[in-house]
Design a protein around this ligand. Structure first.
Ligand code: PHB
Length: 403
């Protein structure tokens, strides 16, 4: 009897040990902006990711994920590339993620391919990025998803016969206005000007660019700038030049109505119309629960924006990969196989990774900024486009023709 107990105890211990040996910590290299004007982007993405981790630890138990954060500092590629190199070779991360600015993601692509490390892109929106490496999947958005729809909407629904566009002069800006131009032409509109407005790093004085647009008197003015402090400068310049009073309508992707900037824009933002995949006012049970959890975690005055939700969903994608490997070391081919066709009920609505392009398929919302009670600004959805794919790849435009 006694020896039986000993045998049982030894057996139980062996099972516990085996379990412990199998529990793995998966290192995830997290490259985001932590300094300068774009630090708020990294902050939103990281907070979104950590909220998902806090809520869903059980999903991957007994395994865990450890984020190893690196600051990509600037919109350009070299710092992000060096960080990826170090994370792969020295930290031996099994997955790379984050990547705020498009050039950050572009510079990491060849490393992902060479080292066979899977990458989950949490922001960088230039449409053709996933075609740069077979090991990249994107959970954020593409510039064409918002731009093309806004082009058609401006021509067909807002009654704009003419439009001008202005953009931050780097790949996602060029992509965004190309998408708008294509959609606007498809809707029968005529583009009268397209103006590069400085780089993504420092917020330029938008006055000379906007004055040029005002002089041309288009019906609509489509603007892309990277969200954050660029966005509030756009809205304020538009109003201070009296462009609204001159009969010009400001439209754009939701980057220009970034939730974290909206209240600071004040009444200047009222009436602005955007297309995007997320804002904090989406009135669905999943989003209401997300915003509530966010405020509980980060303070009642804090609001998630689209980048926060991308960090949250990106971590959901990573947890899905970790779980599907069941404690085995993650491979890039296996991670991509797990992500292709992956579906998730996100705060932004249902999302899926397109198995053909490794890009996100998601709803796009047309929204208008309104002043609510006490002057608090909010965005109201006036139209929903369901399960939108990247139009750049669908229409095989330029670099998007390659898979
Ligand atoms: C990008 O660099 O791809 C980017 C950055 C900020 C945005 C949108 C796109 O708001």
């Amino acid at each position: 009897m006694r020896s039986m107990k000993v045998v049982l105890a030894a057996g139980a211990a062996a099972i516990v040990l085996a379990g412990a040996a199998q529990a793995r910590e998966v290192k995830v290299g997290f490259i985001i902006t932590k300094s300068g004007g774009a630090a708020q982007f990294g902050d939103q993405i990281e907070k979104g990711a950590r909220l998902y981790m806090k809520q869903h630890a059980k999903q991957i138990a007994p395994h865990t994920v450890r984020l190893i954060i690196r600051d990509s500092k600037r919109p350009g590629g070299p710092i992000a590339k060096a960080a990826a190199q170090e994370l792969i070779t020295r930290e031996k991360v099994e997955i790379l993620t984050g990547l705020v600015f498009s050039p950050n993601a572009m510079s990491v692509a060849p490393l992902a391919t060479a080292a066979k490390v899977p990458v989950v892109i949490m922001n960088a929106g230039t449409s053709w990025i996933p075609s740069l490496s077979p090991y990249m999947a994107r959970v954020s958005f593409t510039m064409w998803q918002s731009g093309y729809i806004m082009g058609e909407h401006a021509a067909k629904k807002l009654g704009c016969k003419t439009a001008a566009s202005g953009y931050t002069n780097y790949p996602p800006g060029k992509d965004s206005v190309a998408a708008f131009a294509r959609g606007f032409a498809a809707g029968g509109g005529k583009l009268v000007d397209s103006i590069p407005m400085g780089g993504p790093r420092d917020v330029p004085d938008f006055t000379p660019f906007f004055q040029r647009v005002k002089d041309k008197k288009p019906n609509c003015f489509y603007v892309f700038v990277p969200a954050g402090n660029h966005a509030s400068a756009v809205v304020k310049t538009f109003r201070s030049l009296g462009m609204d009073k001159a009969g010009i309508r400001l439209v754009g992707p939701g980057d220009i109505t970034d939730d974290t900037q909206l209240q600071g824009m004040g009444s200047a933002a009222v009436g602005l119309i955007t297309t995007h995949h997320y804002h904090a006012n989406l009135n669905t049970p999943t989003n209401r629960a997300f915003v509530k959890a966010w405020k509980a975690a980060y303070g009642a005055d804090s609001t998630p924006n689209f980048m926060a939700v991308q960090g949250y969903d990106g971590m959901a994608a990573i947890y899905h990969v970790v779980k599907s490997f069941g404690g085995q070391k993650i491979t890039a081919d296996g991670a991509m196989a797990a992500l292709k066709g992956w579906k998730f009920n996100s705060p932004r609505g249902p999302i899926m990774i397109d198995p053909d392009t490794r890009d996100i398929v998601q709803n796009e919302y047309i929204s208008v900024v309104k002043a609510g009670q006490g002057g608090v600004l909010m965005q109201e959805v006036t139209g929903t486009f369901k399960a939108v794919k990247d139009q750049c790849k669908e229409l095989k435009v330029g670099k998007c023709a390659a898979k």
